[in-house]
Design a binder for this molecule. Sequence first.
Ligand SMILES: [Zn+2]
Ligand SMILES: [Zn+2]
Ligand SMILES: [Zn+2]
Length: 147
Amino acid sequence: MMKLKKNKVCIKCKKVLSLDSFCKNKRYKDGLHTYCRSCNSANTKRWGLRNKKKQKEIYRRHGAKLKRQVIDAYGGECACCGISTIEFLTIDHINKNGKEHRKRFPEGWGVYRDLIRRNFPNEGYRVLCMNCNFATRYINTCPHELY
Ligand SMILES: [Zn+2]
Ligand SMILES: [Zn+2]
Ligand SMILES: [Zn+2]
């Protein structure tokens, strides 16, 4: 009797639906998914979204840890104005090969990881805040040094 059943209840939306409303899935006894197609796709989407967020969070935290390590190793404050708020600080490439460096390590904190791996080379790197970094990039001398 059970085998002749043409409908199946979706365990998610509890609707009784025809069998072709369910995706095939070998993991289940009847060879069909327990969720109907629409519940299934909604679920997958949600899971993907949640996962992406989580991935981002892990990525951000990992990056922040690496950054802290590198910034501290290079003095922990802006070499120009002395600000020590980590969010404002970046690693400046004195010899201006920052773009090159970043190209080799496109994932952002790859630069930090590289510096850690190379045991913080003294030459060519310093800590600058965003302001000073930005200023020196365009006019070579930070306004802090002019006034
Ligand atoms: Zn459903
Ligand atoms: Zn600064
Ligand atoms: Zn400055």
